[in-house]
Design a protein around this ligand. Structure first.
Ligand SMILES: Cc1cc2nc3c(=O)[nH]c(=O)nc-3n(C[C@H](O)[C@H](O)[C@H](O)COP(=O)(O)O)c2cc1C
Ligand code: SF4
Length: 422
């Protein structure tokens, strides 16, 4: 069990936190009131920076620094909470949305105040119908209580809030595709620069932050930036909600201190199945390279996962044991990325499809000589040449498992070649 009290997950499963009166009894919305009545946006920015909070949506960019990129003009600016969550293996934002919507909303409203935003948005993945309904109800409750709308806490500050439900495209999680989609355009990534901080939603300065990132603002205000910064490793501060799935006994979300060894997190999820051995782990969702047995005692933080050849990403640990067919796993993941390509960039559009076809041959034992080399070469050639990181998402997992388990891939070529099979 974790050696500390859960932070964001506190109270989940014990009380109905969707009910604003329950949430308020437990101290909910007090930090929002404090922010409005006692703190200036500049102080909020200092708190975010001092806490060391980094974005929990995938890239791990320091939150305070991102807010600091906004120009100092009086132009309208927007905060958009990214709840598109479609990275394979990631399901933490959905849980936060469905189980503790007021915490998410309070975090968004605090973030909005911190950047001087008068209209905040949440973009919810199309498939999250339940979460969407729950958030709608939460916003109505919060509006009735005076936390959304006009003249908040008698300060004269007006803050509107819009909930937008996506149409079910993974690419709309990428922040500029999300902004296009929010504007009613095709959900395609924009060329950067300009970055959203200067030209984002409706061409205005915009911050896009993940659900978990914004939710952590509430405990950070409550317990102080120093408290948050005192937990974790040197450059990865605080806590992380980790989605653990795959070959474990108790898949689910587990909140841990940054730097907790990967093995301990897997143990929280019940560890390996009876009689089985873990042979590979994706530490950062579908886009991440596998780490292996020799890395399981490494700390789960941004730097260690990078050093191990992978990334922490959105915080999804996918566990593979010794029963895994890595050709089938690679096929399934590549098919996903190929399907989700928006098609703007040739390497991503054509390369993904090409790799999918190659893996399809291998999965059906119909691989031809050269196929395994194609997997490595083509996925590498796709990388770094695209508008957005989706096109770079195929190589890490694919190459990591081809390199680690080459026999599984080679075997599927040999099976086709009757002469070699003997
Ligand atoms: C293909 C793709 C999908 C993404 N999906 C999500 C997502 O579902 N949720 C999310 O918060 N960030 C996602 N991101 C990252 C966002 O572009 C952005 O970096 C993030 O929302 C910023 O918030 P943060 O700084 O709080 O992490 C995705 C990025 C890419 C390239
Ligand atoms: S990399 Fe792929 S998903 Fe991203 S913009 Fe290019 S084609 Fe679209």
């Amino acid at each position: 069990m974790p050696s500390f009290e859960p932070v964001l997950m506190k109270g989940i499963g014990e009380a109905d936190l969707r009910d604003i009166s329950v949430y308020r009894q437990r101290g909910g919305y007090r930090q929002l009131e404090r922010a409005f009545k006692e703190l200036t946006p500049a102080q909020m920015l200092d708190i975010a920076k001092a806490s060391g909070l980094r974005g929990r949506g995938g890239a791990g960019f320091p939150t305070g620094t991102k807010w600091g990129f906004l120009p100092g003009s009086d132009a309208p600016r927007y905060l958009v909470c990214n709840c598109d969550e479609a990275e394979p293996g990631t399901f933490k934002d959905r849980m936060l949305l469905e189980e503790t919507p007021h915490l998410v909303l309070e975090g968004i409203l605090i973030g909005a105040y911190a950047i001087g935003c008068r209209h905040a948005f949440i973009y919810i993945r199309g498939e999250f119908k339940r979460g969407y309904e729950i958030m709608r109800a939460a916003v109505e409750q919060a509006r009735a209580a005076g936390f959304v709308g006009r003249n908040l806490f008698g300060t004269g500050y007006d803050l509107e809030f819009t909930i937008h439900r996506g149409a079910g495209a993974y690419i709309c999680g990428e922040e500029t595709a999300l902004l296009n989609s929010l504007e009613g355009k095709r959900g395609e990534p924009r060329l950067k620069p300009p970055f959203p901080a200067t030209q984002g939603l409706y061409n205005m300065p915009t911050v896009v932050n993940n659900v978990e990132t914004l939710a952590y603002l509430v405990p950070i205000l409550e317990r102080g930036a120093e408290w948050f910064a005192s937990v974790g490793s040197e450059k990865s501060k605080g806590f992380k909600v980790v989605s653990v799935s795959g070959h474990v006994r108790k898949p689910g979300n587990y909140e841990v201190a940054m730097g907790t060894p990967v093995r301990e997190i897997i143990d929280l999820a019940g560890g390996a199945r009876e009689g089985r051995k873990i042979v590979a782990v994706q530490p950062g969702g579908g886009s991440s390279a596998c780490i292996f047995e020799e890395h399981l005692d490494w700390g789960y933080d941004y730097e260690s996962m990078q050093k191990a050849g992978s990334m922490l990403g959105s915080g999804a640990i996918v566990v593979f044991d010794d029963t895994t067919d890595f050709v089938a796993a690679a096929h399934s993941l590549v098919r996903f990325f190929a399907h989700e390509s928006c098609g703007q960039c040739t390497p991503c559009r054509e390369g993904g499809h090409w790799l999918e076809l190659t893996l399809e041959r291998l999965v059906h034992d119909r691989g031809v000589p050269g196929d395994v080399e194609i997997l490595e070469k083509a996925s590498h050639q796709m990388t770094g040449l695209n508008l957005c990181p989706l096109g770079d998402s195929i190589e890490p997992f694919l190459v990591s498992v081809v390199k680690r388990f080459p026999e599984q891939f080679e075997e599927r070529v040999l099976r086709f070649d009757g002469a070699k099979r003997g």
